[in-house]
Write a protein that binds this ligand. Structure first.
Ligand SMILES: NC(=O)c1ccc[n+]([C@@H]2O[C@H](COP(=O)([O-])OP(=O)(O)OC[C@H]3O[C@@H](n4cnc5c(N)ncnc54)[C@H](OP(=O)(O)O)[C@@H]3O)[C@@H](O)[C@H]2O)c1
Length: 270
């Protein structure tokens, strides 16, 4: 088995992001990347776009790959794992991004001692700005985990988390971009409602989010400190904050993250 070979099962939104990042920014040799999807057209399109190898069946590539990325929906994972069971060898590493599906569940469907890594990525991985939580099974060595992290580097930043926090990572970070998009969409509508043209409001709001995030990223200040700097006595920000507090902005967001975390756990239960 070539150590460099990578197999990806599931060429949808996240699978495509993984392939794109590894090949275009990570310098992975596209001729060592095998793709498979039940949707033949999707598989062929992705393979053509990045010069990877479209496989006709699991057995055509799984036995030859060191890393097998699993990027199908949680409800499709059980059937897939039973198909993979006779093909996966103890030295191969299965890397799953399925929300709610635990390492021990994957091991139990494959075999005891199978090497499994669980990820929770998010869609900004498509442009190399993702956040990826990573948990590893007991049989994955530190070196294997580091190699997997280096494969993921071109997709964004990785954070190691104990597995019991992976549902929380799903609710906070896997789902995270949707909260930000909703915030941006609402702010644009707010700009329109106070008389600013939609295209101009859109530019202002997006740059606001980019600028504020960069401020946080570039210095070690707490978000509240930066917020205090723009909150002058009896000023506009102070008036706005009162309305947000009165209407439960924070508790609403916290509840949303908790609900998404709960849903991630439910997906596992089926
Ligand atoms: N989207 C996100 O923001 C996000 C974030 C973090 C994690 N995730 C996780 O990423 C995984 C994939 O999500 P996605 O949004 O990329 O899903 P998606 O766009 O639906 O892609 C999944 C693909 O896998 C195919 N497929 C299903 N069963 C298969 C099998 N047994 N063998 C080969 N291919 C199979 C599907 O084909 P059909 O359409 O024909 O079924 C589909 O093309 C999920 O487990 C999700 O929890 C997603």
């Amino acid at each position: 088995m070539s150590n460099d070979r990578i197999g990806l099962i599931g060429c949808g939104a996240m699978g495509s992001a993984l392939v794109k990042g590894m090949i275009t920014r990570g310098g992975v040799d596209s001729s060592s990347v095998f793709l498979y999807d039940l949707n033949d057209e999707r598989k062929k399109q992705l393979a053509a776009e990045f010069n990877c190898i479209p496989a006709n069946s699991y057995k055509d590539f799984v036995p030859d790959c060191k890393y097998i990325f699993i990027a199908v929906k949680p409800q499709d994972i059980e059937g897939l794992l039973y198909s993979l069971k006779p093909l996966v060898q103890p030295e191969q590493i299965c890397i799953s991004i399925a929300a709610g599906i635990t390492i021990s569940y994957i091991e139990s469907c494959l075999f005891s001692g199978a090497k499994v890594i669980r990820l929770m990525p998010n869609t900004p991985c498509l442009i190399g700005e993702g956040s990826i939580a990573i948990s590893t099974g007991d049989t994955v060595t530190d070196e294997e985990r580091r190699k997997a992290e280096s494969l993921l580097k071109p997709l964004g930043m990785t954070v190691r988390l104990p597995e019991n926090l992976m549902d929380a990572a799903t609710g906070l970070s896997g789902t995270g971009p949707a909260y930000v998009y909703l915030f941006i969409e609402t702010m644009i509508d707010a700009g329109v409602s106070v008389g600013i043209r939609r295209d101009v409001a859109s530019k202002l709001v997006i740059q606001n989010v980019i600028g504020a995030a960069k401020m946080l990223d570039s210095n070690a200040q707490h978000p509240a400190e930066l917020r205090n700097i723009v909150t002058s006595p009896a000023g506009t920000t102070s008036a706005a904050m009162l309305i947000l507090e009165e209407n439960g902005f924070r508790s609403c967001l916290i509840k949303a993250v908790r609900e998404a975390t709960k849903r991630s756990k439910e997906l596992r239960m089926g």
